[in-house]
Ligand binder design. Structure first.
Ligand code: C2E
Ligand code: CA
Ligand code: CA
Length: 741
């Protein structure tokens, strides 16, 4: 059709708007309106008629299309067109309707408003089209006065705005649901705080500058409970995370965050907002600085968002609590053993070759705990933890066991001098000042293996050696140590099998009276002959048996054998010969030790005085009173007791006086040099001491006549040594006795 046909040009010029009641305040943006008409004049008059119109604060901006086809292209190009004023009849009778279909069906643009215009009422579209395609208005051009056009356009744009708000809200809500799901995956409060800020940024589609603040207790180690801490940031620097809010030195932010915490509600200002997040007693404030004031929709969205994520905030706290329970020591609040293993993982993986890891084991902690009570013990541990933590910021401290602390740090701090120095001063534990010391095992980066558990094992090896070493209380891990440990474990395994396969034997070394030259007894000595026939010295395997606890079973067997031997001797007529048996410290520690021995002697019907126990003075180091009581009980039964290796150990003479000994053994090392000029002093003194205490004195390790002569001269009563006989198997010993009757 022709544009001029049936058109009444007047309609566009009748100005019936005498009031500007629909003019709003202006803001920068404009609404894009597409005018589609094959009549150029309609374009200009429409534009002229709407020239001053301001809708919801914005002017109109026009795009022009002169055919349905052009219109479709323009709409595709400009996705910000809000309204199409569309002629129905153009290149074809339904060109306009095709544009409508294109907008709604192909482009799926539900939001664009459409006003249909036609020159002829006969071309009006079906009512169903108007409904199905969401047409805002249908007008014949004759109906459209300026006033009516303005009203129509105004209404259409308003409705566009409502639709777009709703769809924005919908998108916002979708984002919220997504965000809440994402946030639920986070397991640390810091990650959560950071995530919330990122999601708010997405939600507001803006460069939001923000802080996520909460009280630090339970989240940040050693946080004091009154201050606010920054747990997440957006648009600030990452270094402020985990710091106190006050380190920002921004009075305004600090006071707004504090007041939001107090008021327990959001506050929206022009340039910033404080948002209050709370669930299950866990509270946080999110402070945002904004480029533009938030719209009402945005505020609503934020509120919905916060309600949605609150439960997530509670969860993340509960999760952190679980984590703390799993990885933290409740008493000192330090990382626990599990976490220390993780730290050791990092240590092993670290590029820094200067790092050292160590275990610090407090000596005799259980005595303090038992003696002064657990409360004092706990205070002491806390004091040690505090002193270790003060070592340096560059060191990591953990509590690895009851009285064992783990430390990792630069060699400058983690070394024997620095760590020992921490124990020079006593520790405050409540009212008490407790002087304590510690054994320390170290592992340098050079030796550290992967993973962390292995390193822990390495340090433990060094620590165990440090604990056993009397001179050095600090030890560095070295490969040889581990080789030795492995060798030891192998030996212990073999000893256990060989013992159960009866490969252990008891040999006997005669003891003679210096006065009569007669055999008065024998020391029973263990021999281990392995499957391949080799002998392993008791000096090697006895310590292993003691270390592994195997000595208990072996010791019982030895006493049993000794009793059998006493009976055999008696049967063969040697009823004056007694048997001495060596007893180790672990055997003494057993509460039933004494009763067992008494029972065994009774079971074998052995005369108690024929059995002698050789104990070393080191036995007294443990618990002197228990040992004294045990010995007295044995004595009561008539069992004889000899003090072995006298002079080589650590006991005090005052204890010796209290002990019911029958015999004192002068150690081989003192007998060895007895004939060298000036070297006999100790042996002589021991012999004298024994005589004064009314004890029998026996010298062991006598190898020649000269030694014997000296001993005789000093009045030593008995002797034992290679000069007379080496230890020998049972049958040989019987033969020896027969020969030397
Ligand atoms: P010990 O109790 O001091 O035993 C004496 C050691 O000196 C024995 O070594 C013996 O063979 C050795 N000996 C004796 N006379 C001479 C000598 O004239 N010259 C030299 N050079 N050595 C001499 P052995 O049999 O190797 O035993 C070593 C240690 O093993 C014993 O030292 C004892 O502490 C321990 N032991 C041996 N048997 C047992 C046992 O049944 N139970 C326990 N608990 N320990 C045992
Ligand atoms: Ca002995
Ligand atoms: Ca000895």
């Amino acid at each position: 059709m022709q544009a001029t046909e049936n058109t009444n040009d007047d309609f566009l010029f009748i100005d019936d708007s005498d009031e500007d009641d629909i003019i709003d305040e202006l803001n920068g943006d404009a609404w894009k309106v597409l005018i589609v008409d094959d009549d150029p004049e309609i374009h200009s008059v429409t534009q002229l008629a709407l020239s001053d119109l301001v809708v919801l604060g914005r002017r109109l901006e026009y795009l022009h299309a002169y055919s349905g086809k052009d219109a479709c292209e323009l709409i595709e190009e400009h996705d910000d067109i809000v309204l199409v004023l569309l002629d129905v009849v153009m290149e074809t009778d339904d060109a306009g309707l095709n544009v409508v279909k294109h907008i709604r069906e192909e482009l799926c643009r539900e939001d664009i408003r459409i006003v249909l215009r036609t020159g002829q009422p006969g071309y009006a579209p079906e009512e169903s089209v108007i409904k199905d395609y969401d047409i805002n208005d249908y007008k014949t051009k004759t109906e459209l006065t300026r006033r009516k056009l303005v009203t129509t356009v105004y209404a259409a744009i308003r409705s566009y705005q409502q639709i777009s708000t709703v769809s924005q809200n919908r998108k916002g809500l979708e984002k919220i649901i997504e965000a809440a799901a994402d946030l639920l995956e986070l397991h640390s409060v810091q990650a959560f705080g950071q995530g919330v800020l990122q999601q708010l940024n997405r939600l507001l589609g803006d460069d939001v500058c923000g802080l996520f603040c909460a009280r630090g207790q339970g989240i940040i180690s050693s946080a004091d409970d009154l201050s606010f801490y920054i747990l997440g940031q957006q648009g600030h620097s990452a270094v402020i995370v985990n710091q106190k809010l006050e380190t920002l030195k921004n009075e305004q932010i600090s006071s707004q965050v504090a007041s939001c915490f107090q008021q327990k509600q959001h506050s929206f200002n022009d340039k910033n907002v404080s948002l209050y997040l709370a669930s299950g007693g866990y509270r946080a404030v999110i402070f945002l600085e904004l480029a533009n004031e938030l719209t009402e929709t945005q505020q609503q969205l934020i509120e919905v968002f916060l309600t949605n994520i609150a439960i997530g905030y509670e969860n993340v706290h509960l999760f952190q609590k679980l984590r703390n329970a799993a990885y933290k020591d409740w008493l000192t609040e330090l990382p626990n053993r599990l976490e220390f293993v993780n730290l050791l993982d990092q240590f092993s993986n670290s590029e820094n070759q200067d790092l050292v890891a160590a275990l610090v084991d407090i000596n005799h902690f259980s005595d303090i705990n038992d003696g002064l009570g657990q409360d004092v013990g706990n205070l002491l541990l806390a004091a040690v933890a505090k002193r270790l933590s003060g070592l340096s910021d560059q060191c990591q401290i953990a509590r690895v066991g009851a009285d064992v602390f783990g430390v990792i740090g630069p060699s400058e701090f983690i070394n024997p001098d620095c760590l020992s120095a921490l124990f020079y001063q006593p520790f405050d534990a409540g009212e008490q000042k407790l002087p304590i010391n510690a054994c320390i095992g170290f592992c340098t980066k050079e030796y550290a293996r992967l993973p962390g558990v292995k390193v822990l094992n390495q340090i433990n090896i060094a620590l165990n050696l440090a604990k056993k070493n009397r001179e050095q209380h600090c030890m560095y891990y070295m490969q040889e140590m581990e080789d030795k440990t492995l060798w030891r474990l192998g030996m212990i395994r073999q000893l256990r099998t060989d013992f159960s396969e009866k490969r252990l034997e008891l040999w006997y070394q005669p003891q003679l009276s210096l006065e009569t030259g007669k055999v008065i007894g024998a020391e029973a000595l263990l021999r281990w002959r392995t499957a391949d026939g080799a002998f392993i010295s008791p000096e090697i395997f006895i310590p292993l048996a003691e270390y592994s606890g195997l000595i208990i079973e072996i010791g019982d067997w030895v006493i049993h054998q000794a009793c059998l031997q006493i009976n055999t001797l008696e049967e063969q007529g040697f009823d004056k010969v007694s048997i001495s048996v060596n007893v180790s410290i672990p055997q003494f520690r057993r509460s039933n030790f004494v009763d067992n021995i008494i029972e065994t002697t009774k079971a074998h019907k052995v005369q108690a005085s024929k059995l002698e126990l050789e104990i070393t003075e080191n036995i007294l180091m443990d618990e002197p009173q228990v040992v004294i009581d045990s010995l007295l009980k044995l004595k009561e039964q008539g069992i004889s007791i000899a003090l072995d290796d006298f002079g080589t150990g650590y006991s005090s003479l005052s204890y010796l006086q209290k002990l019911p000994f029958d015999r004192l053994k002068v150690d081989r090392s003192f007998v060895n040099d007895i004939t060298q000029p000036g070297q006999s002093l100790i042996a002589d003194t021991i012999i004298n001491l024994g005589k004064q205490m009314n004890l029998k004195v026996i010298a062991e390790g006598v190898e020649d006549l000269a030694q014997e002569a000296h001993l005789k001269e000093q009045g030593c009563h008995e002797v034992q040594g290679y000069y007379y006989a080496k230890p020998m198997p049972e049958q040989d010993f019987l033969a020896f006795l027969k020969e030397n009757q």
